[in-house]
Ligand binder design. Structure first.
Ligand SMILES: [Zn+2]
Length: 353
C-alpha cells in the first residue's frame, strides 16, 4: 500500500486567533486510530446507528481530517466550515478570541463523542451498591456502568478511569470512588530549575490530608473525620492526554509558569501510579500542543510525529516543517499526547502480517 499523498503534512489557515484550534486539530489528525476512523468513514456507521444525532460536527471533523491526509497539494486548508460547527456546539468559540487549547480539546472530544455514541437510549438504572465487592471488581463494574451510557470510538481511545481512595485516620476504613477521565491536568511544582513529568505526576497523585472544614464523613465511624485522599490510575487509556497546568486560572488567566518540564519521548512508564502495579502502562509521545508567550497573549503550535513516516514536524498554522526529535522538549509544551506502547506494537504486527 503506497499512497504518496497520504502524508498529512498540510497546514491549517489561521482565521484570526485560531491557532489554539489548529494546534489541537493537528494533534488529533496525527492520532493514528482517530485519523483512520475518519479516513475509512467508519464514523458514518456509528452515525447511522444513532438516529437522534446531529452529525454535523463529526462530519466536518472527518472532512477536515480527510483533506489533511488526501490533499494533493501542500497548500494550507481553511478550517472555517469546521469552526462553524464547533461554535454551534460550543457557543463560546464564536468569534476570534484567543482560547485555551486544552479546554477546546475537551469540548471537541465531548462533541464528537456525543454524535457517535453507540448508546442511543441511556439506561436509568438505580444506584447500585458495590461495597461488598473487591476494589478491582468495583472498578470494573463502575466502568461497565459508564459504558452503558457513554460508549464510542472517542471513549475507546481517550477515556481512562481514576480511583480515589479515602482513608479514615481514626479507624483506617478506606472508601473508594472510581471516575472516568478524558485527560489528566497535572500541577507543576514551583521551582527555579526544571522539573520532570514524573514529578508532576507524583504531585498529582500525592496523598492529600482532608482536615478542618474539609473533613469527610467516615462510613464506619459515622462522623466527620480527618482523612487521607489518594489518586491512582485504575484503567489506562490507549491515548493518554496530559495537560500541564501552566496557567493559574483557566478563564481569567493571571499568570503563566514557563517551567521546563522534562518529559520522555519514549517509554514513559506509569506503573507506579497504577492501582494494580502489575499492569503494563508504558507510553510513547506522538504529539505536543505548545503555547509560547505570556498569559495575556501568545501563540499555539503543534509538534507531531507523523504516523506514516515516524518523523517529527512543526505545525505552525499554515506552515509545516520538519524538525529534529531533540527539539520536541521545550518550556512551551502545554498538552502532551501519549499512545500506549502496547497498542503501537499491535499496529506494527498488523502492518507486518
Ligand atoms: Zn473511621
Amino acid at each position: 500500500l503506497f499512497l504518496p499523498f497520504l502524508i498529512g503534512l498540510v497546514g491549517l489557515r489561521n482565521l484570526g486567533n485560531t491557532c489554539f484550534m489548529n494546534s489541537i486539530l493537528q494533534c488529533l489528525s496525527n492520532t493514528h486510530d482517530l485519523r483512520d476512523y475518519c479516513l475509512r468513514n467508519t464514523h458514518r456507521t456509528d452515525l447511522n446507528n444513532n438516529c437522534r444525532a446531529k452529525a454535523a460536527l463529526m462530519e466536518e471533523f472527518a472532512k477536515l481530517t480527510q483533506s489533511l491526509w488526501t490533499s494533493s497539494s501542500s497548500e494550507a486548508i481553511s478550517p472555517s466550515d469546521f469552526k462553524m460547527q464547533i461554535q454551534k456546539y460550543a457557543p463560546r468559540f464564536v468569534g476570534y478570541n484567543q482560547q485555551d487549547a486544552q479546554e477546546f480539546l475537551r469540548f471537541l472530544l465531548d462533541g464528537l463523542h456525543n454524535e457517535v455514541n453507540r448508546v442511543t437510549v441511556k439506561p436509568r438504572s438505580p444506584m447500585e451498591d458495590f461495597d461488598h465487592v473487591s476494589d478491582d471488581e468495583k472498578g470494573k463494574r463502575m466502568w461497565n456502568k459508564y459504558l452503558e451510557s457513554e460508549d464510542s470510538k472517542v471513549v475507546d481511545l481517550f477515556v481512562g478511569q481514576l480511583k480515589s481512595s479515602l482513608t479514615c485516620n481514626e479507624c483506617g476504613f478506606c472508601s473508594t470512588v472510581f471516575d472516568p477521565f478524558w485527560d489528566l491536568s497535572l500541577p507543576i511544582a514551583k521551582t527555579s530549575g526544571e522539573v520532570s513529568l514524573m514529578d508532576c505526576l507524583r504531585l498529582f497523585t500525592k496523598e492529600d490530608v482532608l482536615d478542618g472544614n474539609e473533613r469527610p464523613t467516615c462510613h464506619r465511624c459515622k462522623t466527620r473525620r480527618k482523612c487521607t485522599k489518594k489518586f491512582t490510575i485504575q484503567k489506562f487509556p490507549k491515548i493518554l492526554v496530559l495537560h500541564l497546568k501552566r496557567f493559574s486560572e483557566c478563564r481569567v488567566r493571571t499568570s503563566k509558569l514557563s517551567t521546563f518540564v522534562n518529559f520522555p519521548l519514549k517509554e514513559l512508564d506509569l506503573r507506579e501510579f497504577a492501582s494494580d502495579n502489575s499492569v503494563n502502562a508504558v507510553y510513547n509521545l506522538y504529539a505536543v500542543s505548545n503555547h509560547t508567550g505570556s498569559s495575556l497573549g501568545g501563540h499555539y503550535t503543534a509538534y507531531c510525529r507523523n504516523p506514516c513516516v515516524g518523523e517529527w514536524y512543526t505545525y505552525n498554522d499554515s506552515r509545516v516543517s520538519p524538525m529534529s526529535s531533540s527539539q520536541v522538549r521545550s518550556s512551551d509544551a502545554y498538552v502532551l499526547f501519549y499512545e500506549s506502547a502496547a497498542s503501537s506494537r499491535m499496529k506494527v504486527i498488523k502492518i507486518l502480517s
